[in-house]
Design a protein around this ligand. Structure first.
Ligand SMILES: *[C@@H]1O[C@H](CO)[C@@H](O)[C@H](O)[C@H]1NC(C)=O
Length: 216
């Protein structure tokens, strides 16, 4: 019985891991404690300016792990970089809508632009039959406006997964190898050449904190 149980565990995990043999798969799931070490203010929502948008580390962790699985993000360097990006862009998960300055339709945990939120919704409707988003819903939301398009993807399941989707569908192999390689040059290239933002001390600091342990 023991052996059989062991086999079941391995058979569940191995196929996931074999998808990316180099660099090695990070077998440890991200925990709320890991997030809290990187972003201590993520443990609570009591001070949140927009409480409805706030998620604690405890609430966020399972959705982030699910996003890694959904988009086959198995190596630690890429996982940590995506976590750093969403922690930064959402103010430690306090926001999922852009308030500063307040661009309509911009949001999710990586504060995606409206154009990418539409692409994301279309991609989910077309490619993920269990996404809960239909082609008809996307077309209706698109006709209504960018705020309605954002609302389609701005739930826990997809709002925490948008950074992973963006990396997988919008960034090239060189960018992905840079993140997996855990180099600051790789992080900088990801920000400037794919995300389309600037390297700042604040962004680099959170990436350093997220990658410091070398594993969760
Ligand atoms: C579905 O996924 C494929 C492969 O990633 C992509 O080329 C295609 O554009 C996606 N469909 C939509 C509607 O985004």
């Amino acid at each position: 019985m023991r052996l059989k149980a062991l086999f079941v565990i391995f058979s569940l995990r191995l196929p996931i891991c074999m998808a990316t043999p180099v660099p090695p798969c990070n077998m440890a799931p991200l925990t709320s404690a890991d997030i809290a070490i990187i972003a201590p203010d993520s443990i609570s929502c009591t001070e949140a300016a927009y409480p409805a948008e706030c998620a604690t580390a405890t609430h966020a962790a399972p959705y982030i792990n699910l996003a890694f699985t959904t988009f086959s993000i198995h190596d630690f360097g890429t996982q940590a970089s995506l976590l750093a990006l969403i922690l930064y862009e959402s103010g430690s998960f306090k926001y999922n809508i852009n308030h500063y300055p307040g661009v309509p339709g911009q949001g999710t945990r990586n504060m995606q632009n409206p154009a990418f939120n539409l692409k994301y919704a279309q991609w989910l409707a077309a490619n993920m039959t269990d996404s809960g988003i239909s082609v008809q819903q996307v077309e209706k939301a698109e006709a209504e406006g960018v705020v309605q398009v954002l609302a389609l993807v701005n739930n826990d399941r997809w709002g925490f997964a948008s950074a992973a989707w963006f990396l997988v569908t919008q960034c090239d192999g060189e960018i992905r190898r840079g993140l997996a390689g855990l180099t600051e040059e790789g992080w900088n290239a990801y920000l400037t050449d794919c995300v389309g933002t600037t390297v700042t001390d604040e962004r680099t600091a959170i990436w350093k904190d997220a990658t410091a342990s070398g594993k969760w």
